[in-house]
Design a binder for this molecule. Structure first.
Ligand code: NDP
Length: 252
């Protein structure tokens, strides 16, 4: 119960990596606000613990983020753990990427993290300890072909945590990024039909395409990313600040 009494916020907490981290934080005693656009997905996760609370919030919309986070903090206290996890991944060749697609990825993956962090930090007093975590990607530390906007945003959030770790150096807040390789979640599963078509393979063949960069030749599981987040939130990680932690089966 290391986090008993703390209020944690996990964006995109209704599915995948966000749900895994939210459930683990609740098991460790935190009251966890999970956010996303789909109320039904949030409800499924909230049903697993009394300490999980749903908040419908669209990270593309400034008012939705600012009002939602302020309301959650009013109810459950300052946000001492903030996991900016919500994100989208749309692929395609650079030459065919439209400005609208580029802007959409920037809005969700970059502006959304900026708004989430800023609104969460507004709930904190100067002396309140806090952990700010963003879910970047291996695409934050290396280039990923056919996913240029995604790659740019995942590099961008690493700039954000590095800058913030300098700007808030005298306060008891840490800012870190987790950089997963391919994890078996909806974001990867949604790309399977396209990969099957492109490579002329069946579903397993498509999963193998994602897994081949991983030295263990398999997709990561959500609990591997959850473990990284729980370590960053632990007391022992209080000196880890401004870091990018790759959980990628050695892919980078
Ligand atoms: P999911 O698709 O399961 O999770 C994405 C989550 O983001 C969903 O819960 C979704 O909820 C939420 N979301 C997306 N857009 C918005 C929005 N505009 N406002 C609010 N919430 C939003 O996939 P993952 O769990 O895999 O992805 C989580 C994070 O991990 C992402 O940032 C992704 O880039 C990153 N990541 C994933 C990897 C993987 O291989 N799976 C690898 C590296 C990084 P809703 O649609 O209900 O709003």
């Amino acid at each position: 119960m290391e986090h008993a009494g703390k209020h944690a916020l996990v964006t995109g907490g209704g599915t995948g990596i966000g749900a895994g981290i939210a459930i683990a934080l609740a098991k460790a005693g935190a009251n966890v606000t999970i956010t996303g656009r789909r109320a039904d997905k949030l409800a499924e996760v909230v049903a697993t613990s009394d300490r999980l609370h749903a908040l419908v919030m669209d990270v593309d919309e400034e008012a939705s983020v600012r009002d939602g986070i302020a309301a959650a903090a009013k109810e459950r206290g300052p946000i001492q753990i903030c996991v900016a996890n919500a994100g989208i991944a749309e692929g395609g060749p650079f030459a065919k990427t439209t400005l609208a697609q580029w802007r959409k990825t920037m809005t969700t993956n970059l502006d959304g993290v900026f708004l989430t962090f800023q609104a969460a930090m507004e709930t904190l007093e100067d002396a309140t300890p806090a952990r700010m975590i963003v879910i970047s990607s291996i695409a934050g530390v290396r280039g990923l072909k056919n996913a240029i906007p995604y790659t740019v945003t995942k590099h961008g959030v690493i700039g954000l945590i590095r800058g913030l770790s300098e700007e808030y150096m005298r306060r008891p807040i840490t800012f870190n990024a987790l950089c997963p390789g391919y994890v078996d979640t909806d974001i990867v599963r949604a790309q399977i039909p396209g990969v099957m078509k492109k490579f002329g393979v069946d579903e397993q063949g498509a999963l193998d395409v994602f897994a081949k960069g991983n030295r263990h030749q398999k997709l990561l599981e959500v609990d591997e990313i959850t473990a990284g987040a729980m370590w960053l939130c632990s007391d022992g990680a209080r000196g880890v600040n401004g870091q990018t932690i790759q959980i990628s089966g050695g892919q980078v």
